[in-house]
Design a protein around this ligand. Structure first.
Ligand SMILES: Cc1cc2nc3c(=O)[nH]c(=O)nc-3n(C[C@H](O)[C@H](O)[C@H](O)COP(=O)(O)OP(=O)(O)OC[C@H]3O[C@@H](n4cnc5c(N)ncnc54)[C@H](O)[C@@H]3O)c2cc1C
Length: 517
């Protein structure tokens, strides 16, 4: 019997912008008329679905995993990360040519580009662009030294020939969530510092610039306050020698395998503070973690969109017991859940971006240079609190939903859903587990959101009305009750149960405002 999968393959789509009316609708609503980049996005939609998809698939092959080369041919320690040609080409195109690593132009179009590319999974690119976005935001807001300006200039002028990118190293062996417990130190040395200590999860370790948390301390003295430091990977543009650090080993990870994640020891790396050395934690959160968490949110929408596309195409093609499987109510139900999850994740992405922009003032260029303290002067304090709380809720809720949705999509493909080369679903599913963990696991973010609601004295009725409109009304009593009880007992468990309903009500409001479709 000859059996052909061609109709399934043909139904996968050749332009991921053109076949996404929801993205177009949200863009039209948020970016407004006369948006500068419609044609560019249509061309990008074809590129991500074609050549960049193929590069992602090549990078995902086991033989193309990143490698750590410790020594060069002359026995010198170089700790070089070797990436396959496919990943280097994709980075050169996505960041070097298209500039997806550093926010520029209209933010809705900018993140639409990132959302379209991320449908290919991590692919050795998404973490690099997310971390670079955070680096640029931190340096634009706080950079005041020549080394900061040089880093910014280089990253912003990245080209296909030379991609300059960033990474962020916070997590230590004793724990990642508890950042104040960091032990790495930064010892003063002339106009700079020298970082000593060990970082336990260092993704995109092949980057040119690292943002590193460390305690600014006197040599032999007590550990000082937590600072945020810029550590160039090398001190000269042409040198192979690393700046005072070694890459000890690469992690063997469940997902994001195309990305080099390492354990790193710093032993005297030259470092320059980004912002006051005693303001490391608030600056890390305001510029770096917020940015990565936002990248996780749109990544969830991207992953669900790919799941929806593949599972939808397969369900329309495959027959079982003489019936197209798409006609079975159980399959229909699974497809509808994936679709709904994707619609809400994308709507939440746009809604969060809109709030984020509001917190940064009316003039985006100007606001981008403000410190977090000053950012409040022109922006609504309410928007800042709403954004902070909603982002902490949306990141765990939506990344979890991406994992579940990808799993459902794999099941719709039956045995073919499990086969690595048949579709990218198994790879995306593994990546999704990383998105759930990276930049704050669920519990930590739910706890943070609850603490922020209390600390910022957010009034539950007003908050839910602002973020969810009429749809929030049904949740007011529940949230108010939890906040009332929280002084006397731990309410994190029921609060975590409420979180998806708040996120969904927020997303539904954004969908309603964007109009029918
Ligand atoms: C593939 C990958 C790449 C990574 N890349 C980087 C990177 O580039 N840079 C970087 O700095 N880090 C990176 N990380 C680390 C990541 O950010 C941490 O794993 C994460 O922050 C959690 O820290 P932890 O693993 O130490 O878990 P822990 O903080 O030890 O948490 C363990 C468990 O305890 C729970 N928990 C902790 N606190 C609370 C609380 N208050 N209430 C309830 N439960 C709680 C958590 O939810 C979790 O389930 C990466 C991780 C992975 C998996």
């Amino acid at each position: 019997m000859s059996y052909s999968f061609e109709p399934f393959l043909d139904a996968l789509g050749e332009n991921w912008f053109d076949d996404d009316p929801l993205l177009q609708r949200l863009l039209a609503h948020h970016a407004g008329p006369g948006a500068p980049d419609e044609d560019g996005l249509a061309a990008w939609g074809a590129e991500v679905a074609g050549p960049l998809r193929e590069l992602a698939e090549t990078s995902a092959r086991p033989e193309n995993r990143p490698r750590l080369r410790r020594h060069d041919a002359y026995g010198r320690r170089v700790d070089r990360i070797e990436l396959p040609e496919s990943t280097r080409t994709a980075l050169a195109e996505v960041h070097g040519h298209q500039g997806v690593g550093a926010l520029r132009g209209d933010p809705y179009h900018f993140y639409s580009r990132a959302y379209l590319y991320a449908q290919n999974g991590e692919a050795g690119v998404v973490c690099a662009t997310a971390c670079t976005d955070g680096l640029v935001r931190a340096l634009e807001a706080l950079g005041d030294r020549p080394v900061h300006h040089e880093a910014l200039e280089r990253v912003r002028s990245s080209s296909p020939e030379r991609v300059w990118h960033g990474a962020q190293f916070v997590t230590e062996i004793q724990g990642g969530s508890d950042v104040p417990a960091n032990l790495a130190r930064a010892l003063p040395d002339g106009d700079a510092f020298r970082v000593e200590g060990r970082k336990w999860f260092c993704s995109n370790v092949n980057a040119d610039y690292f943002l590193v948390t460390a305690r600014a301390s006197e040599s032999g003295g007590e550990p000082g306050p937590l600072g945020l430091f810029l550590v160039p990977a090398r001190l000269g543009a042409s040198t192979a020698e690393r700046n005072g650090h070694t890459i000890d080993r690469l992690k063997e990870k469940l997902g994001t395998r195309e990305l080099a994640t390492a354990e790193v020891t710093f032993h005297g790396a030259r470092a320059w503070p980004v912002g006051p050395p005693d303001r490391g934690l608030p600056n890390l959160v305001a510029h770096v973690l917020v940015t990565s968490r936002f990248h996780c949110v749109y990544w969830a929408a991207s992953a669900l969109r790919r799941a929806e596309r593949i599972a939808g195409a397969y369900a329309g093609f495959r027959r079982a017991f003489g019936t197209p499987i798409a006609d079975y109510p159980l399959v229909k139900g699974a497809l509808a859940r994936i679709r709904e999850g994707r619609r809400r994740a994308l709507a939440a992405t746009f809604g969060l971006l809109s709030l984020w922009e509001e917190t940064r003032g009316a003039e985006p260029g100007e606001a981008r240079r403000r410190t977090p303290e000053l950012a409040g002067t022109g922006a609504s304090q309410e928007a800042r609190a709403d954004f902070r709380v909603l982002l902490s809720l949306a990141k765990p809720v939506l990344t979890r939903r991406a994992t579940v949705g990808l799993h459902e999509a794999m099941m719709i493909l039956g045995g073919n859903g499990i086969e690595e080369r048949f579709s990218p679903l198994p790879r995306l599913w593994r990546d999704a587990a990383i998105m759930e963990t990276w930049e704050g696991p669920h519990n930590v973010l739910f706890t943070q959101a609850l603490r922020d609601l209390e600390r910022l004295e957010v009034e539950p009725g007003g908050f839910l009305e602002r973020v969810a409109g009429k749809k929030g009304a049904g949740l007011v009593d529940e949230l108010a009750g939890l906040l009332e009880r929280s002084g006397e007992e731990d309410v994190t468990v029921p609060f975590a149960r409420l979180a998806p309903r708040i996120v969904d009500a927020f997303a539904d409001r954004i969908l309603e405002e964007a109009g029918p479709g």
